[in-house]
Design a protein around this ligand. Structure first.
Ligand SMILES: Nc1ncnc2c1ncn2[C@@H]1O[C@H](COP(=O)(O)OP(=O)(O)OP(=O)(O)O)[C@@H](O)[C@H]1O
Ligand SMILES: [Mg+2]
Length: 277
């Protein structure tokens, strides 16, 4: 039996970055809002098909980074976002699910799911057929005609995720998609997302507050510093896939968690001391 340090060594490649040209790259991305510096020189690369999870204290700039990658916000001068090596605005080129699910209460499940496809100009009828075919995968079969207020929190999030998956892009951004869920539903949704991901194979940047979630889902966990947010630490997670919930209680998982917790706690304390979460 190997000791924990040996096991940990095998499981982690410290600070590993993808060797191939990344699908998505951020170079020197900063952003300020008036006097508030939200992000400071963020450098990050994500490989094709990689599942990257991003954690960091509240207010460190995660959603700001998300909005910049999605093309909804401009970085400050000097910062660049590159898709396949080309500096560009990613508006319309990535599928994203913002921090709040933003379902339209007057649209039923199918019509909420097709929203992005519709904005893109896809015929409504055809988009509805695609959504109908996907509903079972997203645990929504039989609920296609229900309205958001008739759904549970987990179902609403699955509708929002289905909409994101329907927006047929290689790169997907998810900002705390399970943030509002209780622990059990959340654990179910995590396993379900991994299953969907393995079938639909997208490159994912997933933001979360939850360290267990970040490790359980990610090929790599990226830890952000307190505001102004920058990349504090990157850890490759070589835990086997498909990932089983039993992983969460293994010594290897706990060793990774300890290390990441130390990094996040250090940054959260800074945020707390600054009185500005
Ligand atoms: N549109 C905006 N106008 C002014 N300030 C903003 C704006 N968006 C974000 N900020 C500020 O930028 C900082 C980072 O905010 P952001 O929402 O990116 O944090 P976060 O890491 O996503 O936090 P949380 O974990 O709570 O979601 C905060 O101080 C916030 O007040
Ligand atoms: Mg946020």
């Amino acid at each position: 039996m190997k000791d924990a340090a040996d096991q940990l060594d095998q499981l982690l490649t410290v600070g590993a970055m993808p060797t191939a040209r990344p699908k998505l790259a951020l170079r020197g991305v900063s952003r300020h809002f008036g006097a508030v510096q939200a992000l400071a020189k963020v450098d990050l690369g994500i490989a094709e098909g990689e599942f990257v999870t991003l954690i960091g204290p509240s207010g460190c700039g995660k959603s700001t980074l998300f909005n910049i990658v999605a093309g909804l916000l401009e970085p400050d001068a000097g910062g660049e976002v590159l898709l396949d090596g080309v500096a560009t605005s990613l508006l319309g080129k990535v599928a994203f699910m913002p921090q709040r699910d933003l379902l339209l209460p007057w649209r039923n499940v199918l019509d909420n799911a097709i929203l992005a496809a519709e904005v893109e100009g896809r015929p409504k009828r055809e988009a509805r057929e695609t959504a109908r075919a996907m509903a079972a995968d997203f645990g929504l079969k039989g609920f296609e005609s229900h309205y958001p207020q008739q759904l549970s929190g987990g179902m609403r999030q699955r509708v929002a995720l289905m909409r994101t998956f329907m927006f047929d892009r290689d790169l997907m951004l998810l900002d705390e998609p399970f943030g509002a869920l209780d622990a059990l539903t959340r654990a179910m949704m995590q396993r379900w997302l991994l299953d969907i991901w393995s079938r639909y194979r997208r490159t994912i940047l997933f933001i979360t507050h939850d360290i267990d979630e970040a490790i359980f889902l990610g090929d790599r966990v990226v830890v952000m510093s307190a505001r102004p947010g920058s990349i504090k630490l990157e850890r490759r997670i070589e835990l086997p896939r498909p990932r089983d919930p039993a992983l969460l209680t293994t010594p290897a998982f706990n060793a990774i968690k300890r290390e990441l917790l130390d990094a996040v706690e250090e940054e959260s304390l800074k945020t707390f001391a600054a009185g500005a979460a």
